[in-house]
Structure formats: C-alpha cells, structure tokens
Design a protein around this ligand. Structure first.
Ligand SMILES: Cc1ncc(C[n+]2csc(CCOP(=O)(O)OP(=O)(O)O)c2C)c(N)n1
Ligand SMILES: [Mg+2]
Length: 376
C-alpha cells in the first residue's frame, strides 16, 4: 500500500507522459485562481482515495460489516484541499482541528491510513479513535491536534475559541511559534445553533481576537430539511458582518477555487491572529446517512467527475492513468476492510475501560478506568 503522501507509480507515469507533450499545461485554471498540474494531480488522487473509501464504507453499512454510515461524498474537493494545507502536529504551535462527521477527506489528505477509518466504522477494538465505541468519522488524534468529534452538531464551534485562545497566548510568548490556528467545520443547518454565534462572539472581543478559521460546508440540507425552508436566502457568511469578521464564499466543488480560498483564509488567520468565515458550496451525493438509505443523488454536481474531466480536457492526465489511480484507490480501500474484519470486537469487560481517570475525590469511581498503561 503506498504511503498517502508519496506519489504512486501511476501518478509518476502520468506526469512523465504529460512531460512528453508539448501542449501540456503547467497550471490548471479556474477563474482568477490556478494551481500547478503537480498539485492538481495530488489533489485529484486524494479525492479519488476519499471517494473509494466512502463508497466502500457505504457498502460496509449495507452488507452488515458495519451498522451505520455517514460521510462526505460530494465534499472531497474542499476537504482534500483543506487537509493538504493543515499545519499538522501536536500542541499550540500547530493547527487544531474541530471537525464533524463528513471529514474523511481531510484526514486522508493529512496522511491517515484508510484502516483507521474502517476500524471505527466496523466498531473494532483496534479503532484508535474510540476503541470501537463511536460512530464512523468521529476521529480523535492527539498527535495531530484532532479534537474528538461529537455527534451533537455545532458544539465544535464553541470549543474552537478555547484552543485558539491557547494558541494566541502561546504565540505571544513564543514569536517563532505564532502561526497555529483553530480550524472548525460544520454544515449550514447547524449554524442556527447558538454555538455558531458564540464562536463569532468569543473570537472578536476587541483587542482579544482569536485565530479561528470558521468553515461552513453548505450542502443546502440539514438531514431532510431544505435550507430555503429554514434560513433566509442570504448567504451564511452574512452573519459575519455584525461581528466584523472577514468572510468569503467559495465553490467547494471546484478544487482550484477551494484551494485558493482556503489559502487566503488561512494566511489571514495565521498572520492577523483574527477569525475568518469561509462558506463552501458543496454537494451531498448520498443523502444524509445510511438511515435514509444513502442512495445516490444524481442531481447534484459530482466534484470528482468534474475535476477528472477538467484534467483530461487540459491534457494533464489521460484516461488510462485515471483508471489506474481509481483501481489503486479501490484496492487500498478493499485491503483496509479485509484486514479490519479479521480484527476483534470489544469485549464485555472493555465497557469499563476508557471511561474515568483515577480521582482522589470521586468515591463512586476512584479507580483507573482509562485502560491506558499508566494513567498518571
Ligand atoms: C444539537 C443537535 N441537534 C440535532 C441533531 C440531529 N442532527 C444530526 S445531523 C443534523 C443536520 C445537520 O445539518 P448541517 O449542519 O447542514 O450538516 P450536514 O449534515 O448537512 O453536513 C441534525 C439536525 C444533532 N446531532 N445535534
Ligand atoms: Mg447541510
């Protein structure tokens, strides 16, 4: 299985073939934005891997290998472009990630192996995020500042100012480590929750502004509720106006536009140490979750198919190379599932681990229930 950050042989072949053509482009353009062909092919490959994992995940939920699926088919372009631009690491010098349940593309692009996703989906004891006890996509990675994902929507927006406050203080004391930002993401329906406003309020206290990159992926639905029946037609980003927060809307289905918008927003947060609200218009290609059947929605634009066509039209890649990348991604997802299904499920006794840390004052749960080698 190739390392997520290494170009596989097929991609190298594609680039070589491109190099033999005189008319091959060096950049892929979209409006005023552009990206190098090398970057475009990296983004494309990560989008393919994400889609392959999501499609295999849906199959797992339908075949009985897993019980519930939720994820991000239709958000690959935006999520991959975000994941590739994160400053990855542990502690306040690096970016914190406050994610929701559609963000496999972010973490795959950051280098998470597919099996870390499928183990949680199949609720295996080997699941590093939650030891087989949380929903799929509910990641938690301390080494990458990935704060545990919660099913309760929007609470991540109330938490992001907390890590941003730590980052701002850390940067003031350590000027060489003053670029870490807190990235928070969720859907447009959830912005009706008070936590969304709390995030804007806490991030804009005069003189105490916080480096929070607020992202909203607008797929125009909250489960089965149409956006137009709940919010007015004004864009979500208009909410940033009264708080004086800089904001932008981008086409989240277009990797070239999305990459550039994320880059602009990140630069602003990193340098100004202030918040930014970026709204990405995205597709929802398989309904809300497996609870509604996860049927394919053929009316929304497929960002992966659109980018594939754009790259082929630009002669950045050819059809056989695309097929090779697809086969590679599918094989990687299949291998992850095969390995996952051989691994043990949690036992009855495991219910009592990873719950309470030892406490000198708690008479009900005084012992160490963390399951960790040594709690303190
Ligand atoms: C506080 C809370 N209320 C309701 C729910 C049930 N719920 C789960 S997802 C969802 C819709 C969220 O829609 P949106 O914010 O647009 O995100 P999307 O799923 O479309 O990406 C709702 C209402 C919940 N999980 N938490
Ligand atoms: Mg939505």
């Amino acid at each position: 299985m190739p390392d997520a950050n290494e170009d596989p042989p097929d991609l190298e072949d594609a680039l070589l073939r491109r190099g033999t053509r005189t008319a091959a482009p060096s950049v892929i353009r979209s409006g005023r934005d552009s990206m190098t062909v090398e970057l475009a092919l990296t983004v494309f490959r990560q989008m393919l891997r994400t889609r392959a994992l999501e499609e295999r995940s849906i199959k797992m939920s339908k075949s009985g290998e897993a019980y519930f699926w939720i994820g991000g088919p239709g958000e690959e372009a935006f999520n991959v472009c975000l994941g590739l631009q994160v400053h990855k690491g542990r502690g306040p010098a690096y970016d914190y990630l406050h994610l929701h349940y559609r963000n496999a593309g972010i973490l795959l692009a950051m280098g998470m192996p597919m099996i870390d996703h499928t183990r949680q989906l199949a609720m295996r004891k080997t699941d590093a995020h939650s030891w087989g006890r949380n929903f799929v996509g509910h990641y938690a990675i301390p080494d990458w500042n990935v704060v545990p994902v919660t099913s309760v929507i929007e609470v991540q927006y109330a938490m992001a100012p907390g890590t941003a406050l730590v980052q701002k203080r850390h940067g003031l004391k350590n000027p060489n480590e003053n670029e870490g930002i807190s990235i928070v993401i969720g859907g447009e329906a959830g912005t009706a929750e008070g936590d969304f406003d709390s995030c804007m309020n806490w991030s804009t206290r005069p003189g105490r502004e916080l480096p929070v990159l607020m992202l909203v992926t607008n797929n125009k639905f909250g489960i089965s509720t149409d956006l137009d029946t709940v919010h007015t037609h004004r864009p979500i980003v208009d909410r940033a106006e009264p708080y004086g927060i800089r904001h932008e809307i981008t086409d989240g289905n277009d990797p070239v536009a999305a990459w550039a918008a994320i880059d602009r927003a990140m630069r602003y947060c990193r340098r100004e140490r202030k918040p930014f609200l970026l709204e990405a218009l995205v597709s929802r290609l398989h309904g809300h979750s497996s609870s509604s059947g996860a049927q394919r929605n053929w009316n929304d634009l497929d960002p992966l198919a659109a980018f594939e066509q754009k790259l082929i039209d630009a002669r950045a890649i050819d059809t056989p190379a695309v097929q090779a990348l697809k086969d590679d991604a599918k094989a990687e997802a299949d291998a992850a599932v095969v390995q996952t299904m051989t691994e043990p499920e949690p036992t009855r006794e495991d219910v009592y681990t990873h719950t309470y840390a030892p406490s000198a004052v708690d008479s009900v749960y005084p012992l160490d229930y963390t399951g960790l080698p040594r709690a303190r």
